[in-house]
Design a protein around this ligand. Sequence first.
Ligand SMILES: [Zn+2]
Length: 225
Amino acid sequence: MIEIKKGKEPKELIQYRKQNNATYDNMHGARVSEQQNEDVYHIVLNSLVREQGGLCAYCMCRIPERKGTPSCTIEHIVPQSECKNNPEKAIDYRNMLAVCSGNRNATSDADKTCDARRKNQKLNLNPLDKSTLKGIKYKSDGRIFSDDAVTDKELDDVLNLNCISRQLPDCRKKALEEMLLVIKKKYPSGSIKEYCLRLLDHYRNDDPKKPYVGILIYWLERHCK
Ligand SMILES: [Zn+2]
């Protein structure tokens, strides 16, 4: 998980919020002008996916596309169950993230990740708030963890980001190994600090982003000091 920098919210969502029946559920099929090809829900979803560099906000897998439409859902940082007394929060762009399906249709909760696993549980981790992500670390086997017990529980249990059936640790490990191979090839000996700094800048600003880039940034930050 890395920080997501929020861009401007789509103008269609601003217009939509002015309508009388503007609820989150009604975003499906809602149009604010005749020229609008997609409904408000998909305009917002596409905008979220773009500003996340095409990755799930939690597990950082590439969000797949089906017929040009991203196959993912809108996640609410403050869950919808808590938005009942404050329905505006459910259509607040700053409360929304794009997340992968997280094995939503799996029979066992052990196989679900991201919002499919979280449901309405409390979550202190927030990709829009850098300070909540500070304690995130990675092991060389690709597992994500934190020395802080609350953060660790949220990563490992609430979001299930070490899910075996989704091979998340393996995917991270593979991404790291690929990067290390490139570094080794380019600089078989001597200082790699300069190169790591350039790579770090590249991965922070890359668009679309490389899947599982969180572990790469973590490794580079520790090796270019
Ligand atoms: Zn995910």
